[in-house]
Design a protein. Structure first.
Length: 298
């Protein structure tokens, strides 16, 4: 992904940064890119920078160590492997923790982290602040549950939130280990989990959703192979248009700007806004949200 313009190499956000595209390549056959990661990136290295608050947890690595060892600080606390899973393509998923910090890695590279999630919450906020009383929401990609939690906190008691996640082990780990990060969102009766490619879920849906949220790979501007490109090309945009209710909303997370995708959305009968959001609170690194409202087919 093209991320160098968005992040300072010396900042805390780029510690041990590798490309998330490399990880996705191992899983889904997407293009391998060796530039900087959208989230934590790289091998797990505990932050030694300013204190960061994790939801419901300690504020620093030293505090994490103390909470995990009966109050005895331990600056040398190591990452602990909690779960492993070998997926069909041969790559290994690993769930690991360091005190109250969690990561999911694939082949020793971090795919997602509990330390960097603000833009995932913003994904939900910028969608649901733009629509009144959303009754049906599709979340493409479960991650560690931050976007899902933000959606559930903002919709009504009679809403239905569908989560499309391709990797079943990630759903299992969210239920078994990661629920405390976000108050167990998968246990919410409004949540419906579908183990499937989000593109296929969208294709099967006609006028079903008030809101579609997509957080797939690095967004539209870093993909090279057809399997993922279909979601962000003309066919994917047409499918999203068909799956949305009248005046429905789609918001798409991206590691960086993409004039091409913005044009594709407009060509597909969407009114589009491009919003830059912080990767995490106080960070200089910016991610991009494409926020688009469905227009009548022209």
């Amino acid at each position: 992904m093209t991320f160098s313009a968005l992040i300072e190499p010396s900042s805390a956000d780029s510690v041990a940064a590798y490309s998330r595209s490399v990880v996705r390549s191992a899983i889904y056959g997407t293009h391998a890119d060796t530039r900087q990661s959208r989230r934590a990136g790289g091998l797990e290295q505990p932050s030694v920078g300013p204190a960061e608050r994790i939801r419901g947890g300690p504020t620093t690595v030293r505090d994490s160590a103390a909470s995990s060892h009966g109050g005895e600080p331990n600056g040398m606390l190591k990452w602990e492997t909690i779960e492993r899973a070998r997926i069909a393509e041969g790559s290994e998923f690993v769930l690991a923790r360091h005190g109250d910090d969690w990561v999911v890695r694939v082949d020793q590279r971090v795919l997602m982290s509990s330390r960097t999630y603000d833009s995932e919450i913003a994904l939900a906020e910028h969608a649901l602040d733009w629509v009144d009383n959303a009754k049906t929401v599709l979340v493409g990609g479960l991650g560690l549950g931050y976007t899902l939690r933000a959606v559930l906190d903002r919709v009504s008691e009679d809403s239905v939130v569908t989560v499309a996640e391709l990797v079943p082990e990630l759903v299992e780990w969210n239920r078994k280990h990661l629920g405390d990060l976000n108050e167990h969102p998968l246990d919410d009766p409004r949540c419906d989990v579908v183990i499937d490619d989000v593109f296929d879920v969208i294709k099967r849906s006609t006028r079903k959703f008030d809101v579609i949220l997509l957080d797939v790979d690095n967004g539209p501007q870093a993909l090279a192979q057809a399997k993922n490109q279909r979601l962000y090309g003309d066919a994917g945009v047409r499918a999203c248009h068909a799956a949305l209710q009248s005046a429905g909303i789609i918001v798409v997370w991206s590691a960086g700007p993409s004039a091409r995708y913005e044009r594709t959305l407009r060509r597909g009968a969407f009114d589009v806004q491009v919003v830059r959001v912080a990767a995490r609170a106080g960070a200089r690194a910016k991610h991009v949200l494409f926020r688009a409202r469905r227009c009548p087919t022209r």
